[in-house]
Design a protein. Structure first.
Length: 338
């Protein structure tokens, strides 16, 4: 997809399709209508940062949320005030979750080197750390939800699959499920802007409850997708996946992860196969390749430094590994994108 007209979820885009990249939403309660505003220009300074890899990372704009809660929800459509500081065609990371429920004309949105066409009644779920880009030509219309990773308890995170990076971001619910999701999201939005009924602590508790209800419906949809039905939540796989996310840049061996997690190699192999259909080594290598692609495509880091960043101090070994998994050398991959 591309970079246009979206709310402050990931801080990129403008609601009318003419904005640019860094938008953090803000909603003002007490007006009967949640108005999500980009925080890049309203927050008093640069709301973004560049990670060591050179890819711009957009942080969650907690100071722009109602009462500073760890989530925001609001409309995406022309006429809303979405501000941005980064050109919409720029690729960037986010350190929070973004869920967009689209209405109106289809838009094309890029997430981790895959371009998705998202039509009305479809959802796009972008997770922390993923690299994405909004459309420069399409107007995003619908509702957007953004949330901090730590806003929900760990048990809820496990139940809702918030970190199932192995699942595709695009979700296409059937009419019955779409109606239920729309109703649940609308309820969450009503609770978000209703700041006059409850004190802040109770308001936050109600938001967590409503957010959990919506995410459980979303997780059920993702788990029942034909392409991901076999990827049922499993504690062993969940721990492995989280460990890989933390350590892929320095640890590439299956035995290393098994030892660190306290599992036998056989147990780990069974859990990963059951969840993803692939081997633990294949899962690790895919994550390393994805990060290498991100750095090659979206930074000017020398090839050798890219290799070091993903755990290959020797440039020749990195080139061999990358070519084995992509069919192209790092130099050729980068040149093909530019």
């Amino acid at each position: 997809m591309t970079d246009t007209g979206t709310p402050g979820p990931d801080g990129s885009g403008s609601a009318n399709g003419a904005g640019s990249g860094e938008d953090a939403g803000t909603a003002r309660g007490g007006e009967g209508e949640g108005r999500v505003r980009g925080g890049g220009t309203d927050g008093g300074g640069d709301a973004t940062a560049r990670a060591g890899d050179g890819i711009r990372t957009l942080p969650f704009p907690a100071d722009l949320s109602v009462w500073g809660v760890g989530m925001q929800v609001g409309p995406m459509e022309p006429g809303r005030t979405w501000h941005a500081d980064v050109p919409i065609e720029r690729v960037h990371r986010i350190d929070f979750h973004v869920v967009m429920l689209l209405r109106g004309d289809p838009v094309r949105h890029m997430v981790d080197f895959t371009e998705y066409e998202v039509g009305p009644g479809e959802l796009l779920w972008i997770r922390p750390g993923q690299v994405h880009r909004f459309s420069r030509t399409a107007a995003y219309r619908g509702t957007v939800l953004i949330m901090q990773p730590g806003f929900l308890p760990r048990a809820t995170v496990e139940a809702t699959g918030l970190y199932r990076y192995d699942r595709p971001p695009l979700l296409r619910p059937d009419p019955a499920r779409l109606a239920a999701l729309e109703s649940s999201l609308a309820q969450l939005e009503r609770e978000y802007v209703d700041t006059g009924t409850l004190p802040p602590s109770l308001h936050t508790a109600v938001l967590r409850h409503s957010l959990t209800a919506f995410l459980l419906r979303l997780a059920h949809l993702a788990a029942s997708d034909p392409d991901t039905a076999r990827e049922q939540a499993d504690t062993t796989f969940t721990r492995f996946r989280e460990a890989v996310e933390r350590g892929f840049a320095t640890r590439h061996s299956v035995s290393g992860y098994a030892d660190a997690l306290g599992y036998s190699r056989r147990t780990l192999v069974r859990a990963v196969r059951a969840a993803t259909g692939e081997t633990p080594k294949g899962f690790i290598d895919k994550r390393v390749v994805l990060e290498a692609k991100r750095l090659l495509a979206h930074t000017d880091m020398p090839i050798g430094r890219v290799g070091v960043a993903v755990g290959f101090p020797d440039a020749a070994n990195f080139t061999k590994f990358f070519h084995q998994h992509t069919g192209a050398t790092p130099v050729a991959f980068r040149a093909d994108l530019r």
